[in-house]
Structures are given as C-alpha cells and as structure tokens.
Design a binder for this molecule. Structure first.
Ligand SMILES: [Zn+2]
Ligand SMILES: [Zn+2]
Length: 198
C-alpha cells in the first residue's frame, strides 16, 4: 500500500523492509536455533513518523484501559463458539470451531502476557530510530498535510501478495531493547545470525 498527496502526487510507500518482530526472553548466542524457542509475536502497526516524514512500523501496545475490553470480547466469542460446538455434527465444522476457540484462548494469554510486561513504557519505533512524534497512520491520514506543499495525504493503492518465505526475525526484550536477528536459510530452522554487541 502507499499514500499519495492529492495536490502534487508525491507518494510514500509502506516500509519495504520485510521482517517479523518478536519478543524473546533469554540470552541470544550466534548460531542458536530458535525454532522451538519461546518467541512471542509482536503486534505492530503502521505509523507516520513526523521526523522522517515517512511511513514506519511501530510496536502496537494495546492501551491498558482497552486490554479488559479486548479480553472480554475474545471471551464472549469463545462462549459463542462453545455453544455452536454443541450443535454442529460435521467433523469439519467441529474442527473449525475448536481452532477458533484455541486461537482466541491463545490471544487472551498473549495479550495478558505482553501487557503485564510492557506496562508504562513507550512503544518501540521498529524501523525508525528517531524518538520524535509518531502517529498511527489511520489517524494521520485524517489530517496529514504534505509539508511544504500543502496537499493532503490520501491512502492509495494496495500492493498485492505477501511473501511466503521465512522472513528474518528481529528480536526484542520486553524492555524494548533490541537483542538480535535470526534468519532462516532455504526454509530451514531460524538460527541467530546477529547478536547486539557481539
Ligand atoms: Zn504534495
Ligand atoms: Zn522516523
């Protein structure tokens, strides 16, 4: 996806660095196999960086006051699925419902786990080092002005297709410290290829 200025047609693209971001609790060492390691996916969002004037990826931390309602809504989904589960007979439907329940249970766990460990700290600006002002892109697009031109940034176009190969993992601890990178060669296991400070 990209955004386009409605006056001068300038465009800004989504960050092209295709990475996955995760939390990792523990020590990294070069060559360490992370395939069965307790890695937790980070929730991310696209944001506008006012210093770089471009779209960047930031960590998304569900606001503390929203955690309860997110968990409530997931729990009520689970209740619904459990009710339906009693009434379906086909094996496929049963399996589908069971999976939905399982994923939501896992999400609840993850929300709790992450929010307990990140409470009170700022989000990580993942591919932009500047500590300046960032705003979720959806918010920015409601008012964002192309600096020096005066036009408005508008959403424009979707880039189709995702990559299916195993993207590099960028690992952080819960205190927002970058730990290192793990990569997978030819769909093989994720091995640590970069350790911060090593
Ligand atoms: Zn413009
Ligand atoms: Zn920036």
């Amino acid at each position: 996806m990209h955004i386009k200025c409605d006056k001068c047609n300038a465009t800004e693209n989504w960050p092209s660095d295709t990475r996955l971001y995760c939390y990792y609790e523990g020590e990294l060492a070069l060559g360490l196999d992370l395939d069965d390691a307790p890695i937790i996916d980070m929730m991310c969002q696209t944001s506008w960086c006012y210093s770089c004037e471009q779209i960047v990826i930031t960590e998304y931390l569900v606001p503390k006051e929203q955690i309860e309602s997110v968990i409530e809504s997931l729990s009520s989904d689970i209740e619904e699925f459990e009710k339906s589960l009693k009434n379906v007979t086909s094996r496929i439907d049963k399996r589908r419902l069971s999976l939905r329940i399982k994923y939501r249970l896992r999400s609840i766990e993850r929300y709790k786990y992450i929010s307990d460990r990140t409470v009170g700290r700022k989000q990580i600006y993942l591919n932009c080092g500047t500590p300046g002002k960032h705003e979720p892109l959806s918010e920015f697009l409601k008012h964002g002005v192309h600096v020096g031109c005066g036009g408005r940034w508008k959403e424009s176009g979707i880039i189709g297709g995702g990559s299916c190969y195993r993207l590099p993992l960028y690992l952080y601890d819960f205190n927002a410290e970058f730990l290192g990178v793990a990569t997978s060669e030819n769909e093989g296991p994720y091995l640590v290829t970069e350790v911060k400070g090593a």
